[in-house]
Design a protein around this ligand. Structure first.
Ligand SMILES: CC(C)(COP(=O)(O)OP(=O)(O)OC[C@H]1O[C@@H](n2cnc3c(N)ncnc32)[C@H](O)[C@@H]1OP(=O)(O)O)[C@@H](O)C(=O)NCCC(=O)NCCS
Length: 354
């Protein structure tokens, strides 16, 4: 059999041109792999979204594919903060066409990604795999925190452990069916209101000018204040310029964003929650939700989430579900989500090396 070749997959700023053919093949391939591992293609990105979102001045991004002639048979994506203070790189959507497995292709792709990561001076690699919820039988792999586990014979587990990665965290993906819930969210939102000095501010797509600096500060804290299991995630620095660039890229990808922030009496953002509406999908993704440590214990998490579900019901009543991802050890957020009606959907396993 001729040796299959690994090629970088470049992301031009638009699709439908000869230079975007590889990215389009990548988007289709990644959607197939995610459908296999999670049971849905609701979490995949279209090529047009990838093209727009890849134009990011704050992240290094590389994608590699293995081609058999003109057929893409294996691929991965890797990214890391360009800020050299952050030493961590991520590898996601690593997948191999079922007909090409156990030939070392995933290993070769990961070699290529790890080499690029090391060459750019990053010392920690976090590898992400996705898994369906299973019956819990047989030998298991456990994360250092939380109760969840994965089957030890899952191909991704065998592969990651064999490459010297250890399981750093299990992240539970849950879904909330929305049909017929709008009035209930509205009523619960009203019942949860309190007069304790916090004001809920909502916005679509772009943060209001008066709050954007406080929002950037809260986003910087999100990465370090959210539970990160045993992972070294490093810091992400967000300033107004980065927030604005992110908003424009997101809009350029055809995504809409709905946000609610709790603003404290002094104007600081005590917490925020964001929903992302990707084009062509039925569901909605829950992005960040954080209540900063100084402001916890006031039910701000629930209040903000209810307000955003009401905003969603008004802005996009056709959307059928919200998907959210939470650290399995994040009891607080999981309790809020369970109370809202979220049910386990699948897991993301985060494996760390270095
Ligand atoms: C996990 C996956 C990427 C492995 O791809 P692959 O090209 O078959 O992996 P490789 O051939 O490079 O395997 C390297 C080693 O990993 C381990 N491994 C991989 N798949 C395995 C399996 N199904 N059962 C047991 N061990 C496995 C073995 O140790 C293997 O070495 P060996 O074949 O010499 O025994 C592939 O099964 C896949 O695409 N799965 C669905 C997507 C997914 O889970 N991605 C997350 C990856 S972390």
């Amino acid at each position: 059999m001729p040796r299959l070749s690994i090629q970088p997959i470049h992301a031009p700023d638009r699709v439908g041109i000869p230079e975007s053919a590889a990215l389009e093949a990548y988007a289709d391939f990644a959607a197939r792999i995610q459908t296999e591992t999670t049971g849905t293609d609701e979490f995949s990105y279209s090529a047009a979204e990838l093209a727009a979102l890849s134009q990011d001045a704050y992240l290094a991004r590389r994608r590699y594919g293995v081609w058999d002639g003109d057929r893409l048979v294996a691929a991965l994506a890797t990214f890391w903060e360009l800020d050299t203070a952050n030493r961590t790189a991520y590898v996601s959507v690593l997948g191999v066409d079922p007909a090409y497995r156990r030939r070392g292709l995933a290993g070769e792709l990961l070699d290529a990604a790890e080499a690029a990561i090391a060459e750019d001076g990053r010392s920690t690699v976090i590898l992400i795999s996705e898994h369906r919820v299973d019956d819990g039988a047989g030998e298991r792999v456990r994360a250092p925190q939380g109760d969840a586990s994965l089957p030890a014979d899952a191909p991704a587990a065998r592969f990651a452990l064999g490459r010297g990665y250890r399981l750093g965290q299990l992240v539970l993906a849950s879904s909330l069916p929305l049909a017929g819930r709008a009035d209930e969210f509205r009523a619960r939102g009203l019942a949860a209101e309190r007069h304790d000095g916090y004001r809920l501010v909502t916005w679509q797509d772009r943060a209001p000018e008066e709050h954007v600096a406080a929002y950037a500060a809260a986003r910087t804290l999100m990465n370090v204040e959210a539970p990160n299991g045993d992972l070294d995630v490093g810091e992400e620095h967000w300033d107004v310029e980065r927030v604005r660039a992110d908003e424009e890229r997101t809009l350029g990808a055809g995504r809409r964003m709905l946000s609610v922030a709790a603003v404290a009496a002094d104007g600081e953002i005590a917490g925020y929650t964001t929903l992302a509406l990707a084009p062509g999908k039925q569901g909605v993704y829950q992005h960040d939700t954080i209540v900063l440590s100084a402001h916890r214990g006031r039910r701000l998490g629930m209040r903000m989430k209810l307000a955003n579900l009401v905003l969603l019901a008004d802005a996009a009543p056709e959307r059928t579900a919200v998907y959210t991802w939470n650290a399995d050890e994040n009891d607080h957020m999981l309790a809020i989500n369970r109370a809202l009606g979220f049910r386990p959907h699948s897991f993301q396993a985060t494996w760390q090396r270095g």
